[in-house]
Structure formats: C-alpha cells, structure tokens
Ligand binder design. Sequence first.
Ligand code: NZQ
Ligand code: ZN
Length: 393
Amino acid sequence: MNNFTYFAPTKIEFGLGAQKKVGKLLKEFGAKKVLIHFGGQSAKKSGLIDEVETLLKSEGIEYIEFGGVKPNPRLCDVYRGAEICKAENIDFLLAVGGGSVIDSAKAIALAIANPDCDVWDFYTTSKKPKACAPVGVILTMAAAGSEMSEASVITKDEGQLKRAINNDLVRAKFSILNPELTLTLPDYQTQSGCADILLHTLERYFKNTESFELTDSIAEALMRTVIANAKILHENPQDLNARAEIMWASTLSHNNLTGDRTKGDWSCHALEHELSGIFDVAHGAGLAAIWSTWAKYVLSENPKRFARLAVNVAGVENNASDPVSTALKGIEKFEEFFASVGMPTRISHLGIEIDDNLASLLAKKCSNGGTQKIGKFRPLDESDMKQIYLNAK
Ligand code: NZQ
Ligand code: ZN
C-alpha cells in the first residue's frame, strides 16, 4: 500500500448550457474585473466570446479581452498579458479555450501575483511562486486536462524550450464543461486530444510502486471509454454523447483520480515536449507517435504490467505463461487504434525527420545537457532518450 495526498479543489459545472453559469461563478469567486483570455479563432467564430461577454455584462462584471493564444502557448504572450492585467487592474483570469489558453491564463495569473519575480523561473528553476491570481475555465477542447490539473506548460521562443510548472496554486477555481462546445473541433484535434487523455492515464499506470486495484480499474475503464468514443467521433464528430464521455475523461484523467501524478512515469510527456517545443506539433499527436516505441523499450521492466493493460484495455487474450507476448500484442493494438483514428505512430508521420543529429539535440535538451534523467517506471538517461527518438523515427 502507498500513502498519497488527494487534492482536487476545482468546482466543475458539467452539461449543456453550463457556460450560462459563468457570471454567477465569477461572482462566487469574487471577480471584479476579468481578463477574458482565448485563442486564435475558434471561440470568436463560434460566438462563445460574445455570449460570455453578454453574460458578464448582465451580472455587472467588468472585463477586457485578450485573445490570440497560440497552440503550445508562448512566454512572450504571457508577459504581454501580465502587462495588460496590471494596467487594467484585472483580478480574475477567465480562460475560454483548450489547454493552451488555460495554461497561458495560469502563467499570467502567476506573473501578476508575483510581481517581483520572472514567471519563467517558476517553469525552469526550483523557485516557487508565493501566490497565484484566480483562474476560471470554459473548456472548448477535451485533451490537456488543464481544467483540473495543477500544471501549466509554456514555451519560450528563444531556445524553443517548452517547460511545465506543477503547483496546486495554479489550479482553476472552476471549470465549465459543456461537451457541445467541442462539436466544432476538427477530427485531428479531437483525436489528438483523445491521445493526450490516454497518455495522462498511461503515464500514471506505469510506475514502480504498487497501486490500488480500484485505481487501476478506474484507469482501465477510463482508457476503454476513450478508445471506444474516439472511434465513434472519428466516424461521427457530431455525436454529443461521445463528446461528453471524452470531455469528462479529459478532466478525470489529469486530476489524479487514475493515479498519483507524482508516482507516474511521464517519460513520453518529457520526450514529446521537446518535439512540440521545436516543431510546434499537436501535443497529443506527438505522444501517440512516441508511446509504442517507449513501451517496447521499457517492457522488460515489468512485462506483467503491460500484459494487464493488453488484456484489460486492448482486449488481448491472456497468455499467462508468456506475459511478454501478451504485452506486445497489447502495444500493437494501441498502435492499430492510433492509426485507425488518424494519429501518428512514428515521428516521421508528424513530418519530422529524425536523424542522428536531431536525436542527439532532442535528447540533450530533454536531459538538460545530460544532467537529469526522466521517468520513474524505468528512469531514462540521455542515451536512452536518443535511442527512443531514433527507434520512433
Ligand atoms: O486557437 P483556436 O482558434 O481556439 O484553435 C484551437 C487550437 O488551434 C483549436 N480549438 C480549441 N477548441 C476548439 C478548437 N477548434 C475548433 N473548435 C473548438 N471548440 O484547437 C487547437 C489546439 O488547441 P490547444 O489548446 O493547443 O490544445 P490542447 O487542449 O491539446 O492543449 C495543448 C497544450 O496543453 C499542454 C500541451 O503541452 C500543449 O501546450 N498540456 C497541458 C497540461 C496541463 N496544463 O495540465 C498537461 C498536458 O500534458 C499538456 O502538456
Ligand atoms: Zn499531455
């Protein structure tokens, strides 16, 4: 048995029309002047931003807009957002979008609550923030789980460095989850989101500590649900029930219900962040391109764990006398699933050509110049990382 802390303080409003509660929620959490933060186009085009503004007006809440967040959000926009917040006396950040918008809002919230610090230090050094301005979310894409996670991931253009903070201070006060708001997502983004949701569960599933049977079973049920509904959405993107299942899975896969994040492996995330840091690929697609190669590389660590995944999630028949072959069949099934919904299973499918030099560069960045390992199920050093990039090419 392992001890753990469970902390998931974000208030969730789930369902059709849930965004209508935004004004009341903002009041409940004491918002006086709100920065409405959003991405490039989608939330404007769908009319969601207009709807939110009308709702805020009707509650007498002041606001200003700050849009334009790019996928894989940039530090320069965080600095700009913080300047706007200071000039406008903003006391609440409302993120309307996917993981990138939420993470950018969290970073701005950190920047304005710690005015004497460079917010980037919280992402790249052991320096800890003392406070964080409140953040609320209206989610438009089920993927990153940022709506209920303690994380924010930001990219600095110079050096193409993508780094994360994990700290309870950045957790959203509330998240509004209306699956209808995800109906406009292109299939590639939907499936990339599903891959990310699966990986948030898989990274927790592979650890070198014991887990609860209950936690494992929740994780397996969540993965089966995501795989089944990703397939449905690949055929019919307008299936609202499938959208609802995926949205709830996104939130639960990254709020530690499926396992304690701090005990999980997270190698695939670390390896992927180097890819999206340099090549700006969709995060979930990058994960799908790496996972099966990582799985084969570390399989020998605990074949029975992989065999359990194969049987309970991928529907492989158990061969108790040969867990390695059961495990390999499961990894193959995962690859087949990703390919069937248009996700990459090799890095070349992302349009990135891995050669020896690029693999060395990625591994060097990922290991912080060879000074740190990644992963807990099987710790990987710089040469392991390079080998995985090469094997996954
Ligand atoms: O910018 P707009 O025009 O809004 O378009 C976005 C964007 O191009 C579009 N989109 C979002 N909702 C839509 C929509 N298009 C049509 N209809 C809608 N309803 O989708 C594109 C991708 O959006 P983005 O927010 O980048 O995707 P996602 O939610 O996958 O977030 C990815 C970011 O989250 C980080 C990733 O590294 C990446 O930077 N992560 C954050 C985590 C966290 N904070 O806990 C954990 C994750 O592991 C992940 O690392
Ligand atoms: Zn992720």
